[in-house]
Ligand binder design. Structure first.
Ligand code: ZN
Ligand code: ZN
Length: 111
């Protein structure tokens, strides 16, 4: 018996979603796969631009807190927009994780 690769539910003999049991599991698996690459250093070392999905992953990773002052305003839904990814060496094409820091506008200015 085959199982869904996402939720491990048994798959019916005639299944329309390949190795997954549902549309939902297919979607989740695709997201997992896309996000898995952000967890590898290679991904960051090989890009020269941070796309919006990668940026969102970074912000989630730091839980929307400024890496300079730790400011986080849960009530402020714009936090995600206000935080800026800063390249420590000043080279915007160097996106390796240890070259990145995420700062609020206040810390940006203090730099
Ligand atoms: Zn499933
Ligand atoms: Zn700050």
């Amino acid at each position: 018996m085959k199982h869904c690769e996402q939720c491990e539910k048994e798959l019916p003999p005639r299944n329309n979603y390949g190795q997954y049991c549902s549309m939902q599991c297919t979607g989740l698996a695709q997201q997992d796969k896309a996000w898995a690459e952000f967890r590898t250093d290679e991904y960051w070392e090989n890009i020269t631009e941070i796309n919006c999905t990668a940026r969102r992953w970074l912000l989630l990773k730091i839980r929307f807190k400024c890496m300079g002052c730790g400011e986080f305003d849960a009530a402020n839904k714009a936090a995600e927009v206000r935080l800026e990814v800063e390249h420590l060496d000043g080279n915007r094409r160097n996106c390796s994780l240890d070259n990145l820091t995420i700062l609020c506008p206040k810390c940006m200015e203090g730099n």
